[in-house]
Design a protein around this ligand. Sequence first.
Ligand code: FAD
Length: 398
Amino acid sequence: MSRAAASSSWRSIDSLLDEEDRAIRDTVRAYVERSVRPQIADWYESGEIPARELARELGQLGVLGMHLEGYGCAGTSATAYGLVCLELEAGDSGLRSLVSVQGSLAMFAIWKWGSEEHKQEWLPRMAAGEAIGCFGLTEPDFGSNPGGMRTRARRDGDDWVLTGNKMWITNGSIADVAVVWAQTDEGDPARPGSGVRGFVVPTGTPGFSAPAIKHKLSLRASVTSELVLDEVRLPASAAFPEVRGLTGPLSCLNEARFGIVFGALGAARDCLETAIGYAGERAIFDKPLAGYQITQTKLADMTLELGKGMLLAVQLGRLKDAHALRPEQISLGKLNNVREAIAIARECRTILGAAGITLEFPVLRHANNLESVLTYEGTSEVHQLIIGQALTGESAYR
Ligand code: FAD
């Protein structure tokens, strides 16, 4: 069975999408098939991706910061952006991460919170893929609880001086600009994180370095780095002018989490299409594996979860386009769709038997990638706590 035929059962979702969103999605799908799929296993195995080249191609496709208005960005619907994340992640979660971090974290932070000068300087080049951005929030000792971060920004005359370490930063070593969040003295000591401010840091600034993190077993086709800030001196204008506290970084995380609601389903879809194709061709006990009830039960249940996840994603897209999407709804989508995607990837791996553990098929690569997707942009447990708080009014973080 062809990939297209295998996917027809859940393509009926198309009737819920408008024509422009479908056209954007199809363009990106064709790009992934043409330019990513033939090479992705090699990039994954070597742990090296041609990120700059990919960023330029993605810039030409118009997907970098595509849901933002102005400054060279396309201003598409949020739903179209979600669908693009899905198609990119059907190629590899690393590719989608490159686009998410560029568009939803680094560009969105500058677009939403930056000065006019920041926007003019960075956004057009970032939209074109000529400049790459990263987003430094997590630290070695502060992941789920960023309010405790130790990176500090202190005033020295008019300047800011940044010192600290960020960890697990996507695109860090290849970035031209880093959005870095740091503690300042401007907060209320009784409210952890209230003094956090964001800074636009050109990565060539003395004292800034970004060593790559090696030996990853997940998201190997993605650059992940530490950021070292050793007395990085910046002009007063480097700080985001208005935003204080965790409102800034959390607003960006919500953008990226929304993309993942769709994106994770792309990895799941690719696994399911692969498993259906494989089961049709693999003869076991003299007939195709696809002809056994146990296999069909697995395929039917996975198709069900994929379809439910798509309906959820499209509905969240509609709410976002109507400016009515609440953070806890994004949490519902991220929690469910990543959890189901990883379950689908693992189940599909069983259908492929031993062949499923190789890079000849995308399934275990997707499953391994989804381990990172489960952790970043809020772990499952953090999303459960967000939903729990929305339901009960009680915060159970500490
Ligand atoms: P921890 O916070 O130490 O969590 C460990 C465990 O404790 C988890 O299971 C967690 O759910 C659980 N836990 C936490 N709090 C509670 C609680 N209150 N109750 C019960 N259980 C709890 N960060 C960036 O800033 N920028 C990036 O670009 C970026 N890219 C990343 C790329 C990759 C490949 C990865 C793996 C991570 C990336 N991250 C990035 C970091 C990511 O956001 C963090 O890993 C994530 O927030 C979790 O933090 P942690 O790893 O420190 O885990």
